[in-house]
Design a protein around this ligand. Structure first.
Ligand SMILES: [Zn+2]
Length: 1001
């Protein structure tokens, strides 16, 4: 995979000066990076490069573009090279070859390019002469980068941390390669299937002046066309002070396609402009007339004298000559008519040039504060299935994010030997790129073909192999021991060859959070008693339990342990702790398993009771706050519509959720149960039938109730596609209201059968009420809040009062006609009868006012789980068994979102206030962090603040200002930092810095 290596990863190794070149060129203060040697002329790119428009005429901005999916029906490699054209005719390398050639022929022409994952591959294959020519096109604004992330991320199923990383990766390449003229001004999400508020907030913080997209609910669009509100101001945060998270948002007129009759790509059949008047087929008058009609009709739905037309579509412009030759003529012939009184002026343009004209119009715009979910393209066609599609890939992507953050951190903490040490040469770049690709709107979304899903997973696994070397090298450097390290990637099914076979081993628990954690470690073992010692040699309470039959079934022959060893590991902030485990001869027997449900399981914080008749959960109590709710939980499936009769009879598929009845089928009214109750661990094992089981679990000091579900293979012998949910039914008076998070960050209020900005005609009582859940959802009343923290993105809803349901797995027998062309029917080598998926939900019951104090840290722990690594035998004598990279833990409200190597002696760091305003009495207040007092092994000698995507100095970030259609609140002055080193974080704020560091002696 050497061709997959990123260009600038090599630049980091060669010259940190180069990497920082463009940033330092236009930065004045604090960090004294060497100034750029090559001066860079920005006077002819960006807004300055726009063609003139004609006042008082209808100006039609033609935007030539291509939409290049970073994997969908073909893998990202196949798309780049044009392989497997039998699946879909698409080859990105030819598109860029062809477009650049056409741009060079005529300086009037424009093109925008979006997906840096493709562009950088093409760029590095170009000879210097071509690179020089392209640089000139960029400098003159003829080739403009838009969005500019590695991919165009999905908005429903992504976590903000991974989105920020993928944007940073793409924008850094553009910045390193093209400087300020390569910086996109506009965010461009023309294809994602619904739009998240957190994405808008992030785009605002990344410095974008505006945002355009193509898809929104069909009723919403009709309404906005009527009220001329397809262009608006999105206020994307309840916590950040306006206009910090305000983003001008435009909805494109034809999705991202050209108006009907004007597609001149080789993949289209529309007539070219035939302009020889002697010809029988001469059609200039007809084309001009039809174009004027299309433009005038479109103008009716927008407010200004400017409209935008997206001239392109999926993988178009492979033969760009066809498009440009006809567009040149269109512009010429339409504008010629101005002499005869035509009021239409048509021009080559870009989204930023169009945006500039909207800004110049100096209007006020309606303010939107909710989001654009769920997306329906018709009455029975809600794109809410992909919130859950491919649950194993969604989990693997989430796990991989944790691994990437760990790898990035350890690369910093271990110093240069992390990249080249006793375990060889490793890098974080491969995983960084694999994660960036996985954010694409047909990747983690689960809407790709099966072979492409396999390719995404393979990339993540391959990336992790590279990162493991970094982690091993770094831990060797930090601990002083280069003993061989083993990683057990199958611990979720309790398989780990080392712990199964070894009589004595040690476990390194690395915690990537900036505060200490206590984490339940669960390892497959074969003896019945063990001694576990912590880093100081003190024995730790532990428990051996027999492995459940359900786990043995999913594990299959990947392991052979009969027991599991459970203990609570504590790990310091940004550091590790090492535990020694050895078999205890003549120790106590493993915990006994009792059949039947217990009356209750409990620790000092939580009690859960069970119904003796059904074996189901019956109530949940918070023992600290003395509150109890009735709570039962079970598993159900919706029968997926099969859409047999016609295309208009919509089937459930990878994108769309369409149950053929609003009442789900129960899998079993009762569960066969058994239980284990020891002081260390209490668990109830429930079997709901051959393909659904669950363990409800309480560790001795956990404040949340864990529900570990295992679902699959979903049976299809009855010919019915199934969408499997778990449903919690409680005594909470939720009154049709529930709450879901946006990309793992701020929470939005949802109301059943309701949309905040239009009168909803609800046509799908279940699917039309589904929303994405990225890390949490809750219901509440005055007294009680029940919060569910998830371990991956899933779809969910509250269909009945007091109820919360989460879709766990989907197995479907039909395609849903949205392009993927395959039913979502996952089978694999390990599970030939159908995919088995395991995951967990964490339940927390609190008063509403205390809920965030529980779910914010809980969700963060779940996203960034500790990394376990193992060594055979006891810890080597003299090795350092415990280490923290921080001088002290950060306050609970402050999350260390990013810590990664930037240049040779500089780091990229992001500090995040992870509480919303007003959600916590204790934590929703400003906190100050002293950057010089952060690290235990690194001295911070320089600091400079950047925008969220790290491609612009914060003090250079000047965005276009937009006025909302409402009385403006006087702006509060942001809190000033006490000093250069002490930075203040207010609720939901993320601040991004480059730190120049030196080792602390
Ligand atoms: Zn797409």
């Amino acid at each position: 995979m050497s061709h997959d290596r990123c260009l600038y990863s090599n630049m980091v190794a060669l010259s940190p000066v180069l990497v920082l070149t463009y940033l330092s060129y236009f930065h004045s203060a604090v960090l004294s990076f060497p100034l750029d040697q090559q001066s860079h002329d920005t006077s002819s790119c960006g807004y300055k490069s726009c063609h003139a428009t004609v006042p008082n005429m209808l100006n039609v901005h033609l935007v030539p573009h291509t939409h290049d999916d970073v994997g969908w029906l073909k893998t990202v490699d196949q798309y780049f090279y044009g392989g497997r054209n039998d699946i879909q005719h698409a080859g990105v390398q030819y598109i860029l070859d062809s477009v650049v050639g056409q741009l060079l022929q005529n300086p009037e022409r424009r093109f925008i390019y979006v997906e840096t994952a493709f562009f950088y591959r093409w760029w590095k294959n170009q000879p210097p002469s071509m690179q020089k020519a392209v640089r000139q096109l960029v400098d003159q604004g003829r080739l403009e980068f838009v969005n500019g992330g590695w991919c165009m991320s999905d908005e429903a199923t992504t976590h903000y941390s991974a989105v920020i990383d993928q944007m940073t990766l793409g924008l850094r390449f553009l910045n390193d390669t093209f400087g300020p003229c390569g910086r996109p001004r506009v965010a461009w999400h023309i294809d994602p299937f619904g739009h998240a508020r957190e994405h808008a907030s992030m785009f605002a913080q990344m410095g974008y002046d505006g945002f355009f997209f193509g898809r929104l609910d069909y009723q919403d669009r009709t309404n906005r066309i009527r009220t001329l509100e397809q262009e608006l101001l999105w206020r994307a945060s309840e916590s950040l002070e306006p206009p910090y998270a305000d983003l001008f948002t435009g909805i494109l007129p034809n999705g991202y396609n050209p108006p009907k009759g004007f597609c001149w790509d080789q993949s289209c059949d529309d007539a070219p402009i035939m302009d020889d008047p002697d010809l029988e087929d001469y059609n200039v008058d007809d084309v001009v007339q039809r174009f004027a009609a299309a433009a005038n009709s479109q103008a009716m739905a927008y407010k200004t004298k400017h409209i935008i037309m997206t001239m392109g579509s999926d993988f178009q412009y492979e033969n760009a000559n066809l498009w440009y030759k006809n567009l040149d003529k269109l512009i010429r012939y339409v504008n010629t008519r101005q002499a005869n009184g035509s009021q239409i002026n048509v021009l080559y343009s870009t989204p930023s040039c169009y945006l500039q004209e909207l800004h110049r119009a100096n209007l006020t715009w309606t303010l939107k504060t909710d989001d654009f979910f769920p997306y329906a393209d018709d009455a029975h066609n809600f794109w809410t299935g992909y919130f859950t599609s491919r649950p194993a890939l969604k989990r693997y992507e989430r796990v991989s994010n944790g691994r990437l953050q760990t790898c990035n951190q350890l690369e910093v903490l271990g110093g240069p030997s992390s990249r080249k040490g006793p375990f060889g040469a490793g890098d974080s770049e491969t995983l960084r790129e694999a994660m960036a690709v996985a954010q694409h709107h047909d990747a983690v979304s689960g809407t790709e073909k099966q072979h492409v899903a396999n390719d995404y997973a393979r990339r993540l696994a391959n990336g992790w192999q590279h990162c493991q070397v970094v982690v091993s090298n770094s831990l060797a450097a930090l601990s002083g021991s280069s003993a061989g390290r083993i990683y057990c990637d199958n611990l979720n099914v309790s398989a780990c060859p080392l712990t199964e076979a070894s009589k004595k081993f040690s476990v390194n628990v690395y915690n990537s959070l900036a505060r200490p954690v206590v984490w339940p470690v669960r390892l497959p073992v074969n003896a019945s008693a063990y001694t576990v010692l912590d880093a100081t040699g003190t024995p730790v309470d532990c428990q051996v339990v027999p492995m459940s039959e359900a786990t043995q079934q999913v594990r299959k022959d990947r392991g052979y342990a009969v027991n599991e060893l459970v203990f609570q590991a504590q790990a310091p902030p940004l550091g590790y702790s090492t535990y020694s485990v050895s078999v205890l001869q003549n120790g106590p027997p493993s915990a006994s398993v009792k059949s039947g449900p217990p009356a209750a399981i409990q620790n000092k914080f939580v009690r859960a009771t069970f119904d003796p008749a059904t074996g189901l959960l019956d109530s949940l109590t918070n023992l600290e706050t003395q509150q109890t709710i009735r709570l039962t939980q079970n598993f159900y499936w919706y029968n997926a519509s099969d859409g047999k009769s016609s295309i208009s009879d919509q089937a459930s598929g990878a994108y769309i959720f369409r149950p053929n009845s609003s009442s789900p089928f129960i899998i079993s009214c009762t569960a066969e149960t058994e239980s284990i109750q020891t002081p260390e661990l209490q668990e109830v094992r429930q079997q709901f039938g051959p393909w659904v089981s669950q363990v409800i679990r309480l560790h001795s000091n956990s404040k949340a109730l864990e529900m570990e579900w295992t679902v699959g293979p979903v049976p299809i012998a009855d010919g019915l596609g199934k969408e499997v949910i778990t449903r919690l039914d409680s005594s909470i008076a939720s009154s049709g209201v529930f709450y879901t998070d946006s990309n793992g960050r701020e929470v939005l209020r949802r109301k059943k059968d309701f949309r905040p900005t239009w009168d909803l005609r609800q046509t799908e009582p279940v699917a039309g009420n589904y929303y994405p859940i990225n890390s949490r959802a809750y219901i509440k009343d005055d007294k009680d809040q029940l919060t569910v923290v998830t371990d991956r993105s899933q779809g969910g809803s509250s269909i009945h009062d007091g109820s919360l349901e989460i879709m766990l797995h989907r197995r479907l027998l039909h395609d849903d006609w949205r392009g993927v062309g395959e039913p979502l029917n996952e089978m694999s080598g390990v599970f030939p009868l159908g995919l088995v998926v395991r995951g967990r939900l964490l339940l927390s019951l609190t008063p509403p006012a205390l809920a965030a104090d529980a779910h914010r840290p809980l969700a963060q722990e779940n996203v960034l789980q500790p990394l376990l690594s193992f060594t055979e035998g006891g810890p080597p004598p003299g090795s350092l068994l415990e280490f923290s990279g921080l001088q002290a833990a950060l306050p609970p409200a402050v999350h260390l979102l990013t810590l990664s190597q930037w240049g040779q002696d500089s780091l990229l760091i992001r500090l995040e206030h992870q509480f919303q305003t007003k959600e916590s009495k204790e934590h929703s207040v400003p906190f100050t962090v002293n950057l010089q007092k952060l690290f235990s092994t690194l001295k911070v000698v320089g600091v400079s603040e950047l925008n969220l995507s790290a491609n612009q100095w914060i003090d250079e970030m000047k965005r276009l200002d937009w006025r909302p259609k409402m009385a403006a609140k006087p702006l509060r002055k942001p809190l000033g930092d006490p000093s250069m080193w002490e930075v203040i974080l207010t609720p939901m704020q993320i601040r991004t810095f480059i730190l120049r560091v030196a080792p602390r002696r």
